[in-house]
Design a protein around this ligand. Structure first.
Ligand code: SF4
Ligand code: SF4
Length: 476
């Protein structure tokens, strides 16, 4: 049996860096955190339903998203959303590589904050390395303890905020603190807290390198035109490789003359890398395209008055001096599919009827012959008022001559906002008015409020036993 061995984890202590991409990343992070943590607290005026802008109400099987109420039967929208997310990811990856990983992924955003806390408590990279190697003194215990305490606090807030999306936030938080919240709320908070703490605090780059499936399959979406973070090897190495600056090799022009690369081998690009790789070794699957090495190298290049861009966003074609074709057939295909899916979803949301009617024929018995010779079929009718107002409905049938609809005492239906009702309707038809055993019949529901005007038609069939068909008996 071959011996299986695992590479021992090398702890990474990313150094801080300033620059254009760090600023973009920080801005996205602040925006994402503000939205995530504040959204459950945003109030929203509704005539009926909770006063919370975003609330996923499992109990009543409704999702409240600002003015949109998503019912259980609209769950296919979720499939639409997932498709949009997938095609957006394919399109963006085909065009700009792993920008999702570098700027928007939860793992990246939360790890960034955890590293910031670590830096705040323990100091810059060198101080952190020193501390990790130092024996366990009181000072080390205090700093490590404080770091883990703050990590846990952020993780707890993350878990708690997630739970608040599933209930009325002000009420639920009081219930949570006083021990009166449902078990599911505590379980969800605990699970999210622990996963956040472990993933962003302890596992970090290991999640991207070993656990994330996207890291593995995104390579198939790459081509030679995809934007990647790349080291310009021609300029960085030239014929004689990298060398530290020294007399005769101080300016970019001098180095060019001596065929020495512009990389001064300072290592800053490696020190800032959150996944601990050296981008100068070429494209690696661990690279999340965070672009912090670009900021690091540009800082160095600027300080030694060399042109920036030794590490930059580029493409394989561009690095070889060839033309990059951003919108190739594959990316155009992704874009078309993405736009089509968005249009379909928006159309489905915008044109959704505020009345829902489901009609089901009762099969036992399928038909009854009445004393006056007419045939009677029965139907289960379910009406759902999705509006936030009381609506008055009128139901009728058409499609069969002189069909009589009998709903007992319900000639008109008053249905309160966001309520549904189930009725049994009887339809009576004279056999001479139908020519086949199964005849199409339409159930029509009209809202007759002055302000809410809707009409829904549900198709069904009316059954007459073959032996009672007058047409047949007459031989027609
Ligand atoms: S190599 Fe550069 S872009 Fe890639 S993960 Fe490291 S710092 Fe980010
Ligand atoms: S930061 Fe730039 S100059 Fe420094 S080692 Fe990296 S590539 Fe070379």
């Amino acid at each position: 049996m071959p011996e299986v061995s695992f590479q021992e984890r090398i702890e990474i202590f990313p150094r801080s860096v300033k620059g254009r991409y760090r600023t973009i990343k920080t801005s996205i992070l602040v925006l994402a955190y503000s939205v995530y943590f504040l959204l459950p607290w945003l109030r929203w005026d509704r005539e009926v339903g909770p006063a919370q802008a975003i609330l996923f109400d499992i109990e009543s099987r409704r999702f409240y998203i600002f003015d949109l109420v998503v019912y259980a039967q609209d769950i296919f929208w979720l499939a639409g959303l997932l498709l949009i997310a997938a095609f957006l990811l394919f399109f963006v990856t085909g065009l700009a590589g792993r920008v999702f990983c570098g700027y928007f992924c939860f793992q990246t955003l939360w790890t960034d904050v955890f590293v910031f806390i670590e830096r705040l408590v323990q100091g810059e990279r060198n101080a952190r390395i020193k501390l990790s190697q130092a024996p366990w003194t009181n000072q080390k215990m205090f700093k490590m303890g404080l770091t883990h305490f703050l990590w846990f606090l952020v993780a707890l807030l993350t878990g708690l905020s997630f739970t608040l999306y599933w209930g009325n936030a002000p009420e639920l938080i009081v219930q949570m603190v006083t021990g009166k919240a449902p078990f599911a709320a505590y379980a969800t908070t605990f699970f999210l807290t622990m996963t956040t703490y472990v993933m962003a605090g302890l596992a970090r780059e290991q999640v991207c390198t070993y656990m994330c499936p996207y890291a593995r399959f995104q390579a198939v979406m790459f081509d030679s035109d995809t934007l990647i973070v790349a080291y310009d090897e021609n300029r960085g190495e030239r014929e004689n490789g990298r060398q530290k600056p020294k007399k005769g090799l101080m300016t970019s022009a001098e180095r060019d003359n001596a065929s020495v690369g512009d990389c001064i081998d300072c290592g800053y690009c490696v020190q800032v890398c959150p996944t601990g790789i050296d981008i100068r070794n070429g494209m690696q699957y661990q690279c999340t395209s965070c672009a912090l090495c670009i900021d690091a190298c540009n800082t160095i290049m600027t300080s030694i008055k060399f042109p920036t861009g030794l590490i930059r966003y580029s493409s394989e074609h561009e690095l070889k001096g060839e033309k990059t074709k951003r919108f190739n057939a594959k990316n155009i295909g992704y874009a078309i599919t993405l736009i089509a899916t968005i249009v379909l979803l928006v159309w489905s949301v915008v044109t959704r009827s505020d009345i829902e009617m489901l009609v089901r024929q009762i099969r036992q018995p399928l038909s009854v012959t009445l004393s006056d010779g007419r045939i009677q079929n029965r139907y289960d009718i379910k009406i759902n008022n999705k509006t936030t107002k009381l609506v008055k409905y009128h139901i009728s049938v058409n499609g069969i001559k002189n069909a009589e609809l009998d709903m007992g005492r319900f000639t008109e239906i008053y249905l309160p906002a966001e309520h549904s009702v189930k009725l049994i309707a009887k339809v009576r038809v004279s056999p001479e008015n139908v020519s086949q055993s199964r005849t199409k019949i339409n159930f029509v529901i009209d809202s007759i409020n002055s302000e809410i005007k809707h009409k829904v038609i549900q198709k069904n069939v009316f059954y007459v036993p073959e032996k009672q068909l007058i047409y047949k008996q007459n031989g027609k």
